[in-house]
Design a protein around this ligand. Sequence first.
Ligand SMILES: NC(=O)c1ccc[n+]([C@@H]2O[C@H](COP(=O)([O-])OP(=O)(O)OC[C@H]3O[C@@H](n4cnc5c(N)ncnc54)[C@H](O)[C@@H]3O)[C@@H](O)[C@H]2O)c1
Ligand SMILES: O=C(O)C1=N[C@H](C(=O)O)CCC1
Length: 275
Amino acid sequence: MVKITVAGAAGRMGGHIARAVYNRQGAELAGAFEAPGNPTVGKSLAGVVGLSGAEGVVGDDPAEALAEAQVLIDFTSPASSIKNLKLCATLGKAAVIGTTGLNEAQKKTLVAQAKKVPVVFAPNMSVGMNLMFKLVAQMAQVLGPDYALEVLEAHHDQKKDAPSGTAVRLIEELCRVRGWNYDEVCRHGRVGMTGARTANELGVSVIRGGDIVGEHTVYFIANGERLELTHRAHNRDTFAQGAVRAALWVVNKEPGLYDMQDVLGLREAGKSEQE
Ligand SMILES: NC(=O)c1ccc[n+]([C@@H]2O[C@H](COP(=O)([O-])OP(=O)(O)OC[C@H]3O[C@@H](n4cnc5c(N)ncnc54)[C@H](O)[C@@H]3O)[C@@H](O)[C@H]2O)c1
Ligand SMILES: O=C(O)C1=N[C@H](C(=O)O)CCC1
């Protein structure tokens, strides 16, 4: 039985993750915590995450919440995830981190902490999107440079970071295939007299509104035809199921930085591309 603690229990993802852990054979919900001062702290876990059989309350002390756990699942915020990961490294606990919007310094810290404990870090934990990461790379390879590349992402009106971590990863895959520099080619929106589109640019469009769970489209646009590959998340359970799958996978791994390509067996032999 793998014992899992959930950070951010009151969040949009936290409840889905706690329920996915609770209902997953081979997994046990060992604890759940929130930011100090969050109104759910001290409240029954069952009530906060909608699990009638869950015991205990939402805590605000990560060390206490992690005491019985083997793995932390953290979908919180960049600063919080890094803080919680450092604690995991101190306590010798594995971690699954889905948080996006980390800056370069925070990513460096994450890589350093992953030398001490096994960490799965992925911007999107759905199976379909992790397949899409590979498919868009193959499509870009086959179609070649005559196909203009554009990326569109759409999310709910509460999302704090843009473009999404998923869109960033899609663009990184496309840049890898094209041999492009991410910052040089990306056009984050277009406004004013931009001039004609050049061959060495990649347009990034971001939509925010309502309760959109997460949609990503990659366009391959040539003269005479275009291909569009789209992933639509119907609900957050798809991410939560992936996170729990990652937690069950990472618990007995050697220290290191892994992603969902490793968890899902989608990576050819070799080290993680994030190292
Ligand atoms: N990898 C994926 O598959 C995936 C899927 C969905 C969302 N996300 C990412 O997950 C993150 C959270 O998304 P969300 O929509 O659930 O956000 P949210 O704001 O609804 O939830 C985050 C929760 O974390 C809590 N929190 C903040 N600091 C904390 C701390 N120090 N300790 C414990 N809890 C703390 C907040 O109070 C909040 O309840 C975002 O970065 C989002 O992009 C990733
Ligand atoms: O709801 C969010 O926020 C999501 N964030 C991830 C991202 O930034 O790619 C995954 C999709 C949903």
